[in-house]
Design a protein around this ligand. Structure first.
Ligand SMILES: Cc1ncc(COP(=O)(O)O)c(C=O)c1O
Length: 430
């Protein structure tokens, strides 16, 4: 069932023929933007389509080709593109001034909306990116525990700062890498063993309750509960990175699992399509950032933190996301997982689907997936061919197979993806 070089070349040739304007854009872009993009994850070989605009569930590239967007800016656009209520909220806010060196009502309203959904959040602070949110979460943990180490999980993604990008990252000093422990995801015994070796030196354990970049892999409930119990017993701050998983329930994955962390990081959907993220949690931990202490607090700058335009988009988005909406999104998520899973089974191809709520990920393997190692053992060439084939069919997913549902989608949209996948499989098996 391997993808031959000829077949891969044929798909690339079709892609090149379908995207001449994106190709011209890319040739121009590499002269100004390193690698032709300004974000590692949007690139794939030979070049990504350059987007002209998006509306609802559809994006159009420079050649005028529409595609159904199952990527939604890596899960952040839960209402799809340019939702009229969000656009109006942003226009209203921008007309009143886009940023001030002062508090505004909007940041507080968004904070209160998040607090109302997430009981574990007693206090929070806004940042402009998830990277900053996880960076400040780890720093708060170090400040309150006085311990140097942070622990995270293999396959986890927490952004691009030095601690998040360790141990594999390039350009990070060994001294920093030595402060980061890598734990085995979904392996409670292995995690306990490693943590026990450093139990008096670990400030924080950060985990995505549903690994996103690692392959949309939900944590096992018992594993997550053990982690909660261990970290509590050993005085470590448990951080749930819900930057992706906050979309699975009104109160995020912590509501779904019924487990409360000490700190939570948020991003993506809370900004309604704008760069808004947050770190929040127990008052005594968040107090590390309280400047009213006069000294010994974590300085938390950020020129655009909590700006009224981004937070207006976030407020409009969260207000539209009622419990019924989550139910509908999650039912569509289940439909796409079932549809694709059945298809792969029926066709006997080396592919499977993981996911939860409105999130899913296609993998080029039939092996059970409990951690990102299983994902990495998949057939990369097969996945690439499948994703390129889907792009040519008019469906946009992450090159690594990740997708998600947005509110403008319905059963027809989801079924169309499954049908398109079948056509791609026909091509790959021909
Ligand atoms: C779980 C998780 N944490 C952190 C981040 C980093 O967020 P940002 O890209 O806003 O810096 C991401 C981004 O995809 C993420 O998925």
């Amino acid at each position: 069932m391997a993808v031959t070089a000829t077949l891969a070349d044929r798909l690339v040739a079709r892609y090149l023929a379908a995207t001449p304007k994106s190709r011209a854009y890319h040739e121009r872009a590499v002269q100004a933007l390193t690698g032709g993009t300004t974000r590692t994850t949007v690139f794939f070989d030979p070049y990504p389509p350059c987007v002209e605009r998006g509306q609802g569930a559809t994006v159009w590239d420079l050649d005028g080709t529409p595609r159904i967007d199952f990527l939604n800016n890596y899960t952040s656009l839960i209402l799809g593109h340019a939702h009229p209520v969000v656009v109006e909220a942003v226009r209203w806010a921008a007309e009143r001034g886009s940023a001030f060196a002062a508090p505004t009502e909007n940041e507080l309203r968004l904070a209160e909306l998040i607090k109302a959904r997430v009981p574990a959040v007693e206090r929070l602070r806004f940042t402009n990116s998830g990277t900053e949110a996880t960076m400040f979460a780890l720093r708060c943990a170090r400040a309150v525990t006085g311990r140097p180490l942070v622990a995270k999980f293999e396959g986890g993604y927490h952004g691009t700062h030095d601690y998040a990008a360790s141990p594999a990252g390039v350009g990070i000093p060994d001294e920093v890498k030595a402060l980061v422990l890598d734990l085995p995801f979904n392996d409670a015994d292995g995690t306990e063993r490693l943590l026990a070796q450093h139990r008096d030196r670990v400030a924080a354990v950060i985990i995505e309750p549903v690994q996103g970049a690692g392959g949309v892999i939900p944590a096992d409930r018992a594993f997550l509960q053990r982690l909660r119990d261990l970290t509590r017993a050993w005085g470590m701050v448990l951080i749930f990175d819900e930057i992706i998983s906050f979309r699975i329930a009104p109160g995020g994955a912590q509501e779904y699992y019924g487990i409360q962390p000490d700190l939570t990081t948020f991003g993506k959907i809370i900004g309604g399509g704008f760069p808004v993220a947050a770190v929040g949690g127990r008052e005594e931990v968040m107090a590390a950032m309280d400047q009213r202490r006069g000294s010994g607090y974590i300085a938390h700058g950020g020129t655009f933190n909590g700006n009224p335009v981004g937070t207006a988009a976030g407020i409009a988005t969260l207000e539209l996301l009622t419990p019924d909406v989550y139910q509908r999104l999650n039912a569509l998520g289940e439909r796409v997982r079932m549809g694709l899973g059945d298809l792969f089974e029926r066709r006997g191809v080396p592919a499977s689907v993981t996911g939860i709520g409105s999130l899913f990920n296609i993998h080029a393997t039939r092996a059970p997936i409990h951690d990102s190692r299983a994902v990495q053992r998949g057939d990369a060439a097969y996945l690439r061919a499948l994703m390129l084939g889907l792009l040519l069919e008019g469906f946009w997913l992450a090159p690594r197979g990740m997708g998600c549902i947005s509110t403008p989608m319905d059963e027809g949209t989801v079924d169309a993806l499954v049908d398109a996948t079948e056509r791609v499989l026909d091509e790959l098996t021909a």
